[in-house]
Write a protein that binds this ligand. Sequence first.
Ligand code: ATP
Ligand code: MG
Length: 326
Amino acid sequence: MEPHIVKGNHPVMEKIFQICDRVAPTDSTVLIQGESGTGKELVARYIHARSRRANNPFIAVNCGAIPADLLESEMFGHEKGAFTGAVAARMGLFQYANGGTIFLDEIGEMPPALQVKLLRVLQEREIRPVGADRTVRVDVRVIAATNRDLSADVKSGRFREDLFYRLQVIPITIPPLRERRSDIPLFVQYFLDKHNSQRPGQPVRISDEAMVHLWEYDWPGNVRELENLIERLVILSEDGVIRVENLPPNIRTFISDKKIPRPTLTDEGIDLNRAVEEFEYRLIDEALRRTKGNKQAAARLLGLKRTTLVAKLRRKANSSDQGCVL
Ligand SMILES: Nc1ncnc2c1ncn2[C@@H]1O[C@H](COP(=O)(O)OP(=O)(O)OP(=O)(O)O)[C@@H](O)[C@H]1O
Ligand SMILES: [Mg+2]
């Protein structure tokens, strides 16, 4: 089944899904790179769902989570007596994935000895269970993913160059959310709908100003961080509206920290009144820009009454030396 996925309208994402649609019917190996939470696994599932393998297994292996000495037998299986504790022969995940897709997550964590073996599998399309002197043919499509910079790992010798090239026949790099901000409202609405539908009562909505904050935030945890936040806000909402004051402090302070340079006290000293005034007008300017000149909304963003904001603007317009913010 195709996973629920927001494709977004950002040109880079449109391009990525075009590539996915083109490679899905092939057996080519795909390497998906991107920061944590950008949707690498979802994209891998999407490719699988659109391939001729869709009715066969999609098996995800987290190469970083399985102890190095177990990973080989996990992937390729083992013969009875291959090592202490191997009381019976066991199939590996490659065999379970036969006819389908294997998703090698965190491929950058794969130990070097296993990297050689994986390269062989990709070239020969056959695996050798641990302790076996026979090989087994497998028909498996490999999709690998990593949030490390694999080309840097190749340069530093951490990752085999030949395997890197063999994996990235089709390279896909998913940009972090902050590089496709225009899709944030789409994601917010999608996750609101998703989590609203899982609870009774009036659907929770989000205020325009809160949305502006989500737009501006940098999302180090990308889509996962956004989804977790929306889920929490929907559950905790008391009056059905997510407002700026409901957002976590790091997001609330983010805009001012990011956008507004702080006046600093140098050895030459500072004109405090002037600095405070400048700071004030920068924030007002910023609020108006964000709200497309809507004074009511800008005043709310600044925690002022509309009349107070208008008075400040009038004073500003009257003081000739600093120019007008409008
Ligand atoms: N385009 C999208 N549409 C809908 N949900 C998305 C999208 N991208 C990511 N998500 C959601 O964000 C979360 C993280 O996605 P996923 O697990 O695919 O990311 P990842 O890149 O594999 O992260 P990690 O590197 O941490 O493993 C999931 O809950 C997923 O459903
Ligand atoms: Mg993942």
